[in-house]
Ligand binder design. Sequence first.
Ligand SMILES: Nc1ncnc2c1ncn2[C@@H]1O[C@H](COP(=O)(O)OP(=O)(O)OP(=O)(O)O)[C@@H](O)[C@H]1O
Ligand SMILES: [Mg+2]
Length: 423
Amino acid sequence: MRNIALGVSSSTGDEFFRSMVGYLSGTLQVDYAFIAELADENHEMAKTIAVCKGGEIIENFEYLLAHTPCGNVVRKNLCCYPVDVQQQFPQDRLLSEMGIEGYAGTPLFDSAGNVIGLMVVMSRRPLNNPELARSIVQIFAVRASAELERSRIEKTLRERTIELQRVNEQLRREIAERTRFELETIRAARLASLGELAAGIAHEINNPINGIINYAQILINKTDRQSSENEIAGRIMKEGDRIACIVKSLLSFARERKGEKVPVSIQEVLSDSLALTEAHLRKSGINLRVSGFDGLPEVIANPQQIQQVFLNVINNARYALIQKYPDMHGNKVLEISGEEIRESGCAYVRVIFYDRGTGMPADILDKVMDPFFTTKPRGIGTGLGLSISHGIISDHRGKLMIESAEGEYTKVIIDLPAAGREE
Ligand SMILES: Nc1ncnc2c1ncn2[C@@H]1O[C@H](COP(=O)(O)OP(=O)(O)OP(=O)(O)O)[C@@H](O)[C@H]1O
Ligand SMILES: [Mg+2]
């Protein structure tokens, strides 16, 4: 008995129960020994945790307790039917299928005294020593009860831990979302004030620059075509035009956009944008992959403005890809994909522009949408593309987000509210 107790006590959980039923059936020389837990609150079903048949562990099963000796056991009694148990429980099909004659079972209690399971031995012959069966079953039951309660608590703890991890993960996501929202609000406010400043400066520059261009034109007209004065006047005019052009985009960034918004197919806006850029991309050796646009809902938008955004984002990707791969390369690919997403109960159409070009260092990521922020050489970029794009997308109650890793990739993600899908 001491050996049995020692052997069993070294293990826990399923292994504990399996060794216990093995010892039980061996010690009492019975055909079956099992430990079961109550499967429902009303104590109508039991589910075995470990079953030993003829010295072997077999698969677990569930059974109904009504009209069985086990039904009596769970009503808090140790029950022993040394012979003819089938005659006493004629409706118990399991007993007759297994050909059981002798039965002894005892309930398993938790520390509050509630029945949580049962432990049973059964034999195809009458029990040869019912007294021994009673005592051994009772002794083992104390240990089995404790282990059953322990493993139940462990299971509850495990479930709680998983639940806590889930809640934790959700909180983390919500905090990240809130931080993103706050940053977005700060950026929108900063862009708005920069916009006002830019508009003011642009207005101030607009008149004098036109004056400069006009005076340069007068000089050109008045001087000899071959003279150096004529050439200098020509240069003044060219540079002046460049300033006028920048002022124009600056005004377009600052101006309130009142363009009419109608339901449009993003797929069509994208193909119009690609019609303008595809040849250029191909010439630069860039492979274009477009996917996911079939069957997307329409968006409420001003197609010209969205096209302006797409063109800028595509040009940025083209530039980054050429910078990274001046020659042909398998990674010189621009992937544009569309999908429908749901956020806070609203449907959005999401367009992702993904390029594996130069990427951006982390410290410039939150500056790239500022007006005039550019890393491109003078004359190539004005740094207004993304700030104008951001303004346009916000104006559409959408979002423009950028993910990037330096030297690896850039993803520009644009979400636009789907038409007629708000709840
Ligand atoms: N796909 C990209 N890959 C790497 N860097 C990018 C990408 N898109 C934008 N950037 C970075 O963001 C900066 C700002 O982009 P933005 O479009 O606002 O201006 P720009 O392209 O420099 O000039 P503009 O668009 O006015 O001609 C770029 O100069 C570049 O450093
Ligand atoms: Mg640009």
